[in-house]
Design a protein around this ligand. Structure first.
Ligand code: COA
Length: 258
């Protein structure tokens, strides 16, 4: 097991596992974690010994998304920021990505799933994309991918109301491949990863690239445009109020902004 502080990685039987492991902060992703994920994904994509990438969190939390304190103290400033590096790495990987989701998946914890081939979630997993709630805008190419998989109205509901939704709904709208009993998620995801790893690797990679052929270019442009808007929104009074209210553990008050 090769450890950085909060991202653990391991290569076994052709499966490169990236495990998010910061349980005291609900696996919130800080700058170093994004960088470790980006580096891990790039390295795995180039390593001939890796056939499948598996992303998982802990038993009760996949990730609560971007570290909100970082939004205040170390916001992303451009294409080279660790979060953008991670988004490019996860969206441009040529090898198949499998995800195992237990517990909470918030923000980028949901949008990163849109770039995976197989996503397994526990029956009590919950999902939320609260970008608008935070005065921000959707990211990770989600404004392109969500309407594509579920239609404009269902995507708008999930992105604009930003409510928590259950694994059954995540499966019904196409974010999740299948739901498993909570205790079986990682084993199921790993078994499916092994099944994929036994397939002819070049054919799998070709299938992946063909599946994405008609939107790979627009996807990168969308990630860049969303990123630009997101970084600008981080300086907005609405986001300042939302982030401050999270730190102060109170409800935000947006009534003073038009
Ligand atoms: N960024 C930074 N810290 C976070 C975090 C995040 N995204 N999510 C959770 N934490 C921290 C909390 O501040 C708390 O830290 P503390 O113990 O030092 O006070 C700890 O993790 C536990 O979180 P808590 O809120 O007490 O747990 P909960 O089970 O009541 O709620 C969440 C969990 C994820 C629903 C809630 O923490 C939350 O809404 N987090 C923000 C999610 C978010 O908006 N992500 C960004 C999306 S773009």
């Amino acid at each position: 097991m090769n450890r950085t502080e909060f991202i653990q990685s391991e290569l076994s039987e052709g499966i490169f596992t990236l495990r998010i492991n910061r349980p005291d902060k609900k696996n919130a992703l800080n700058l170093a974690m994004y960088q470790a994920l980006a580096d891990g994904l790039r390295k795995a994509d180039e390593d001939a010994g890796v056939r499948v990438i598996l992303i998982c969190g802990g038993d009760d939390c996949f990730t609560s998304g971007n570290d909100l304190a970082d939004f205040l103290n170390a916001p992303p400033t451009g294409q080279n920021s660790p979060v953008m590096q991670f988004l490019f790495a996860v969206s441009e990987a040529s090898k198949p990505i499998v995800a195992a989701v237990n517990g909470l998946a918030v923000g980028v914890g949901v949008t990163m799933l849109l770039h995976c081939e197989l996503v397994y979630a526990g029956n009590s997993a919950t999902f939320q994309m609260p970008f608008v709630n935070l005065g921000l805008c959707p990211e990770a190419g989600s404004t392109l991918l969500l309407p594509r998989i579920m239609g404009h109205q269902r995507a708008a509901e999930l992105l604009m109301l930003g409510e928590v939704f259950c694994a059954e709904k995540a499966c019904a709208v196409g974010i999740v491949t299948a739901i498993c009993p909570d205790g079986d998620v990682l084993a199921t995801a790993r078994n499916k990863a092994l099944q994929l790893a036994a397939q002819p690797a070049a054919a799998v990679r070709l299938a992946k690239s063909l599946l994405k052929r008609d939107y790979a270019g627009p996807l990168r442009e969308t990630i860049l445009e969303e990123g630009k808007q997101f970084m600008a929104r981080l300086k907005s009074p609405e986001a300042a109020e939302a982030l401050q209210s999270f730190m102060e553990r109170r409800k935000p008050d947006f009534t003073k902004f038009s």
